[in-house]
Design a protein around this ligand. Structure first.
Ligand code: SF4
Length: 183
């Protein structure tokens, strides 16, 4: 077996397991289930094309039925809100309420990850490299997408939807994301 592969996999698995355990512990303390905090976490970082039940189900790898059930619970308890799309009435956009955002802030404090500037770019590079090598699409950071067009003076447009993107938008994750080198 390739030593580098073995070492990276081992560290990734350990970090992932620890992170998941901490999320589960936090969820318990909040009287929530792990999937609830995973959904809230996702909604705190996804863009407006990815804030639907379908996208959450794809991202978390769970059935739409089970995600819908969790969303119903989160909505009932005031953590998320659901708003119908203005154009396509079949689509509902989900977002965090103030209560939902507070849960994410508390979770961030609870897990207390080292968010130093050196770690985040390295993780993004690793993710990007895995996606490129294996041809995975979706759920990357908008800024690195092949459809993201910088039209000058900090203005961005999505080449896929032709809609404007704000500075905030380009740092979010998107289900339509495609790596630049995939052109
Ligand atoms: S540029 Fe890419 S990642 Fe950004 S909104 Fe468009 S499709 Fe999504």
């Amino acid at each position: 077996m390739d030593d580098t592969f073995g070492t990276i996999s081992q560290w990734l698995e350990r970090v992932f397991a620890l992170h998941r355990n901490l999320m589960r512990q936090f969820a318990n303390e909040e009287g929530l289930q792990l999937v609830h905090v995973e959904i809230l976490q996702y909604l705190s970082v996804c863009n407006r094309y990815s804030d639907t039940t379908q996208a959450i189900s794809e991202y978390l790898g769970q059935t739409k039925g089970s995600i819908s059930q969790s969303l119903g619970n989160l909505e009932e308890n005031g953590f998320i809100r659901k708003i119908q799309d203005k154009v396509d009435k079949r689509v509902f956009h989900l977002s965090l309420t103030t209560n939902g955002s507070s849960v994410i802030k508390r979770m961030s404090k609870f897990i207390d990850l080292d968010s130093s500037d050196t770690i985040v770019p390295e993780l993004k590079l690793l993710l990007s490299s895995i996606q490129k090598k294996h041809g995975f699409r979706g759920f990357g950071i908008c800024k690195s997408c092949k459809f993201n067009q910088n039209v000058g003076q900090s203005n961005f447009v999505c080449g896929l939807t032709k809609e404007k993107l704000s500075l905030d938008d380009i740092h979010k994750i998107c289900k339509e994301h495609e790596e630049q080198s995939a052109i």
